[in-house]
Design a binder for this molecule. Structure first.
Ligand code: URA
Length: 479
C-alpha cells in the first residue's frame, strides 16, 4: 500500500503533483491511501504495490477545474475518489460529464456543494476592525464553513479588500492578508477577533436595509441560514425586526408615495437615452465593459453579474447558448457548469478546440427562482431575450463569425426570430438576420435532463454529430 500525506495548507495543489507522479509511475488507485496532515503508515506495512503501466493525466480543462473544486469538500475520501477518477478518465474508462457514472456524479455534486459554501462565505463573512500599529487598517473575522474552503474562497477577499490587512479564521485554517500578501496557516485555538464599536455600525446598516414589507422569514433563513447568525453582528436584531415587521409595514403602506420614486424616473431616463444612442463601433472588450453595467431588463437585479461571451476576437465559430446557469453566474464565464462540461466534452470529441471558438449566450444574466439553498434555473421570456439581443447582435457584428451554432430554442429564437420546432430543424443550417449561417442543435442541459442513460448517450452522440458537422462546414466552405 502506498501512503500519501498531504499538507494541511495547500493540500489540493499537493494532490495534483502527487496524482501526476503516481499516474506516471503506474500506481493503481486501489493501492493508494491519501491522508491530510499526519501519517498512519504503521497500518500499511506490507508488500510494496506492483505498478501497472504508467500514463500521463490528460483531461479537459473544465474537468480538472471541477475535480480541483471537489478537493475542497470535507469528505475524507475526496482525494482517493479524485485519483481514481482521473485515472479512469485518462484511459477512457469513464467519460467526463457522464452523470450516470456514480464516481463522476459524486465529484460534480461535491464541487457544487463546495461552490455553494464558497458563495456563502463570500456573503456572510463579517469583519471587525482590529487595533493596527501600521499604516493599513486591520480587520478580523471568524467564519465556520461546511467544507475546508478557506484557500479557495480567500482570493475573492484579497481582490475586494486589497487596501487593508485582514485575517479570516476558521476552525481549521486561517487566511491572512498582510501588506498585499495572502498566506494560510493552521488556526490556533481561540482566535475569534474581539468585539468593538464596528458592531454598532453593522447593526445600523442592517436595520436600514431591512424592509418589513418584504419580510419572508423562510426565504431569509434559507439565504442566511441560522447557523451563520451567531457570527453575524447584525443577527441580534433579527428577532425584533421580525416582531415589529407587520406594524412597520402598515406604517409604510400608509405613507406610500403616489408618484414613482425619483430614482426610478432617473433610471428610466438613462435607459431611454442608452437605447437612443447608437452603439459605438469598437471591440468586444469595450462591449463587454459596457455590458457589465447592463440594466436593460429586470434580470440584472437578482443575478450576481453579467456573464458576457468569451473567446478570440477573430474566432470563425460562435456558439450561442441560452443564459448563464448558477455556476456561470458565480464564475462570470459562460458554460463552466454541468452544461459546459457536456459541451466541452462533445466539442472536443468533434474536433473543436474550445479555446478557438467564441462562446456566448442569448441572455447575459442568470434567471432563477430561489428554492431553499438552491437557485433554480428559469427560462428567460421573449421580452428578456429581445432586450438582450442588443448585446448578442453587437457581439456578432464585431466578431463576424463564419458560422454560428445555436444550442437550444432560446438561442435559435434570438438568432433567427423563431425557436419553435427545434427537433425538426436540428442539424440544418439557417440564416441569422444579417445572413450569417446558423447551425441548429440541442442545448446540453436538455441532454442532462433526459431521464435514462441510453437516451442521454444517444443525445450526446447527436450533439457531437452536429458539432462535427459545424467543424466540417468550416473546413470545407471557402473563406
Ligand atoms: N447554459 C447556457 O445556456 N449557458 C451557459 O453558459 C450555461 C448553461
Amino acid at each position: 500500500m502506498h501512503e500519501v500525506i498531504l499538507p494541511v495548507v495547500g493540500s489540493a495543489a499537493a494532490w495534483r503533483d502527487e496524482a501526476r507522479a503516481l499516474a506516471r509511475a503506474g500506481i493503481r488507485a486501489e493501492d493508494v491511501v491519501w491522508r491530510v496532515g499526519q501519517s498512519a503508515s504503521h497500518l500499511f506495512a506490507g508488500a510494496a504495490p506492483v505498478p501497472g503501466p504508467g500514463r500521463e493525466i490528460r483531461l479537459p480543462r473544465s474537468a480538472l477545474a471541477t475535480i480541483d473544486t471537489a478537493l475542497h469538500h470535507s469528505d475524507p475520501e475526496r482525494f482517493a475518489r479524485a485519483y481514481a477518477a482521473v485515472l479512469r478518465l485518462s484511459d477512457g474508462r469513464a467519460r467526463w460529464g457522464d452523470r450516470s457514472d456514480p464516481m463522476i456524479r459524486r465529484i460534480l455534486t461535491d464541487a457544487k456543494a463546495v461552490g455553494r459554501d464558497i458563495h456563502k462565505m463570500h456573503a456572510f463573512v463579517r469583519f471587525r476592525e482590529l487595533p493596527s500599529d501600521g499604516p493599513r487598517r486591520a480587520f478580523g473575522a471568524w467564519f465556520e464553513p461546511d467544507h475546508p474552503i478557506v484557500e479557495a474562497a480567500s482570493p475573492f477577499f484579497a481582490g475586494r479588500f486589497g487596501d487593508m490587512d485582514w485575517v479570516i479564521a476558521t476552525p481549521t485554517l486561517t487566511a491572512r492578508f498582510d501588506a498585499g500578501r495572502l498566506s494560510f496557516s493552521a488556526t490556533p485555538p481561540d482566535q475569534r477577533p474581539p468585539e468593538d464599536a464596528t458592531e454598532d455600525l453593522w447593526r445600523a446598516y442592517y436595520a436600514s436595509i431591512f424592509n418589513p414589507a418584504r419580510l419572508m422569514v423562510s426565504a431569509m433563513q434559507s439565504e442566511m441560514p441560522r447557523k451563520y447568525w451567531k457570527n453575524l453582528p447584525e443577527a441580534a436584531l433579527i428577532p425584533d425586526l421580525i416582531r415589529e415587521a407587520p406594524r412597520r409595514a402598515a406604517q409604510m403602506q400608509a405613507a406610500m408615495p403616489t408618484e414613482p420614486p425619483a430614482r426610478r424616473a432617473m433610471v428610466a431616463r438613462a435607459m431611454a437615452q442608452r437605447e437612443a444612442v447608437e452603439p459605438p463601433p469598437g471591440t468586444l472588450d469595450a462591449l463587454r465593459a459596457q455590458a457589465a453595467g447592463c440594466t436593460r431588463c429586470a434580470l440584472h437585479g437578482p443575478a450576481t453579474r453579467t456573464v458576457f461571451g468569451e473567446g478570440p476576437a477573430d474566432a470563425a465559430l460562435m456558439i450561442v447558448g441560452e443564459q448563464p446557469g448558477d455556476q456561470e453566474d458565480l464564475a462570470g464565464r459562460p458554460f463552466v457548469g454541468p452544461a459546459g462540461e457536456v459541451f466541452d466534452t462533445e466539442a472536443a470529441a468533434a474536433g473543436i478546440d474550445r479555446a478557438k471558438v467564441y462562446v456566448t449566450n442569448a441572455v447575459k444574466h442568470f434567471k432563477f427562482t430561489p428554492r431553499g439553498k438552491r437557485r433554480l434555473h428559469q427560462r428567460p421570456d421573449a421580452g428578456e431575450v429581445s432586450h438582450c439581443r442588443w448585446w448578442l447582435d453587437q457581439e456578432r457584428q464585431l466578431l463576424r463569425p463564419r458560422l454560428i451554432v445555436a444550442m437550444g430554442a432560446t438561442a435559435l429564437a434570438a438568432l433567427t426570430g423563431s425557436g419553435t420546432g427545434l427537433m425538426k430543424r436540428r442539424g440544418g443550417i439557417e440564416a441569422a438576420a444579417d445572413g450569417t449561417p446558423v447551425l441548429v442543435t440541442v442545448h446540453p442541459s436538455y441532454i442532462l435532463r433526459l431521464p435514462d442513460a441510453a437516451a442521454r448517450t444517444a443525445a450526446r452522440e447527436a450533439l457531437r454529430a452536429d458539432l462535427s458537422a459545424a467543424r466540417r462546414w468550416l473546413e470545407t466552405q471557402a473563406v
